[in-house]
Design a protein around this ligand. Sequence first.
Ligand code: SF4
Ligand code: SF4
Length: 434
Amino acid sequence: MSAKSVSIKSASAKFTSAKSVSDTSKSVISKSAISRSDFATSTSIRPDSAKIVSVVRCQDYDPAKVDPALRRAVGLLGKMGDLVRPGSRVLIKPNLLQPAPPERHITTHPQVVLSVAALLKEQGCRVVIAESPGMPPYSQASLRRLYRSTGLEEGAREMGVDLNLDTGCTTVPAPNSRLIKRFSVIDPALEADCIVVVSKAKTHALTGMTGAAKNLFGLVPGLEKSAFHARLPHIDDFSHMILDLNLLLKPRLQIMDAVMALEGPGPSTGSPRKIGALLASRDCSAMDVVVSRLMSFDPREVSTIRAAVERGLLRKDFSDVQAVGDSLEDLVVPDFRKPPAGEGRLRGGLRAAFNPLLRSYSLRPQVAEDRCTGCGICSQVCPARAAEVAGGKARVDYSRCIRCYCCQEMCPARAIDLRRCLWGRMVARVSRER
Ligand code: SF4
Ligand code: SF4
């Protein structure tokens, strides 16, 4: 990987004008449950508002259904030419977590990505699709394998859309960030005039849900993502870092593939579950609020949404989020399986009371030896050097483990389960009963 560092002074002004965020905002999220109508739903549009989220029914990945649904979702926000400047260089950032086939639904479906690319090409845009998955190595060979496995290679070639193979990255200043003042970002993201994020609706063991905001983390190169877990082991800090990155790179448009979502222990070992919708928005946090609703979350269970509320990017009652298009009520999956609750989802009062014991409460990565192939990827991605392979099987040193779950996320054999010790199970039960 050819990393090059750019001094804060010399870096492009494009990255010194990130939206200022109040560090002093101390909004406290209400403990009372909220109803599905807590954010506005309407068929009318306020074109000046970035917090509109369009929701359009789409039953499957037949191009004859995806294309019109996507056009309608984007059209509900405004003209494509007003959202993305015609003729500009656009980077599409899908969620390509691992080299996995589309039918596992742990990656954005290629049809959605390619339909977005087609819309952009109609505007005369030069389009490149780029991702830096957490699974090492971040190399041209592994990127080729990623595009092939996730079903993008052939379609992109036929459409004349570039698949990024440049593994260079650049350090850019983020002076207005709350936590992280410099980010290393893959070069194609910095070279593009704008970024269009095409996410996948999935559960996530650490943050609750991986939707729009967290998807942008894939523009941080390779294993540098794992390093953030070591620097920011607390889920709230990690979530603010995700928002810092979004405020720095300012994606122009968000698209969400919620035709098939992933439920249960996501983001890689859960089960596919149909929602049947495509969504579009200009705002990652507003998008995540609406997607979390479709997945039957209380939005405040999602750590990146809590962080957005805390720093004033969302109202605490979500009344600034406006859903337009098809009926949310008809699309919500009431029995959507959430991930096992990690530290981030332990409720407020109990969280404070048990803070010193959170480590033992937290879900622990547990290796299923019968499934472990000894590939060593967990050891490579572990930022705490807690996972290692010995005798052909992975082992975890819990005294070092910071519960970031990178190993579970990246294990290609789905051989890592997240479980609590007996004490943790007791605390979890008490927490749920409150
Ligand atoms: S636990 Fe998974 S990632 Fe780790 S060595 Fe075993 S198969 Fe590989
Ligand atoms: S063992 Fe897994 S959960 Fe623990 S620190 Fe390493 S990668 Fe994170």
